[in-house]
Ligand binder design. Structure first.
Ligand SMILES: C[S@@+](CC[C@H](N)C(=O)[O-])C[C@H]1O[C@@H](n2cnc3c(N)ncnc32)[C@H](O)[C@@H]1O
Length: 226
């Protein structure tokens, strides 16, 4: 089924679902990470922390809790600071990020939809989408927009929630969490890894490397030169 005929939720519905208080969002995020994604913070920090170049776009930054950990990890590793633009469509999430990063002039935060980014073509060196592709109502439009604003050679890092795999009991838990997330509206749907890969390629990206870990598809994709 093509995406054009399976947009289950509007961006307004998704944004409204992300209206919890930022602290509750962060607490529940830990359980979702462990039991639905079956991933670890450490795995995610390495994936995203290594994909931040001079001018960076952090798509769907949420409350910024995770991105703040990524920045601290980079500092600890002695990696250079970047000039960052973070966007999110849900105002309460963005407000959390604004409070968190107040007083950091190299982090700009904008209210924007990934499917209609208010930035020039080729204006970012890197982009990360952490824990959010499966929350987008228009995944293909979002990927195309990220592709457009990345410069040739610029890289996108993303992790995408997959349909639960592995032992039956763990699948059962993950299915319950996903069903709750879809009912609540914070999850549009999980994906098959091959589907995400195909969508990235259709958007114009070349896959640099990808792998499945737990219930998560981790990918680094690149906008080809010229
Ligand atoms: C699960 S949260 C992830 C937040 C953060 N990246 C993290 O790892 O904690 C998903 C985020 O995607 C945002 N989002 C959903 N649809 C969006 C859209 N169309 N444009 C921008 N952000 C969107 C939500 O508002 C939410 O903050």
């Amino acid at each position: 089924m093509t995406e054009s005929n399976r947009v289950e939720k509007s961006r307004e519905e998704i944004a409204a679902a992300y209206s919890s208080h930022p602290w509750w969002y962060d607490v529940r995020g830990f359980f979702i990470l462990t039991f639905a994604y079956r991933s670890t913070l450490w795995e995610q920090v390495r994936l995203f922390g290594n994909n931040i170049a001079t001018r960076h776009l952090e798509v769907a930054i949420g409350t910024g809790t995770f991105f703040d950990i990524v920045l601290k990890w980079r500092k600890w590793k002695g990696l250079p600071r970047a000039s960052v633009v973070g966007i999110d469509y849900a105002q309460p999430m963005l407000m959390g990020a604004m409070t968190r990063f107040r007083g950091q002039p190299d982090i700009e935060l904008d209210h924007a939809d990934v499917a209609a980014l208010p930035y020039d073509d080729n204006s970012f060196d890197s982009a990360n989408v952490a824990n959010a592709v499966h929350c987008f109502p228009e995944v293909d439009a979002g990927l195309k927009e990220i592709f457009r604003v990345l410069r040739p050679g610029g890289k996108l890092a993303a992790n995408v929630l997959l349909y639960p795999r592995g032992p039956q009991f763990l699948r059962w838990i993950a299915n319950r969490i996903n069903a709750w997330g879809m009912r609540k509206g914070i999850l549009v749907r999980p994906f098959e890894a091959s589907d995400v890969r195909d969508r990235m390629v259709s958007a114009g990206f070349e896959i640099v490397r990808d792998h499945v870990s737990g219930n998560t598809y981790n990918v680094i994709a690149r906008k080809p030169d010229g």
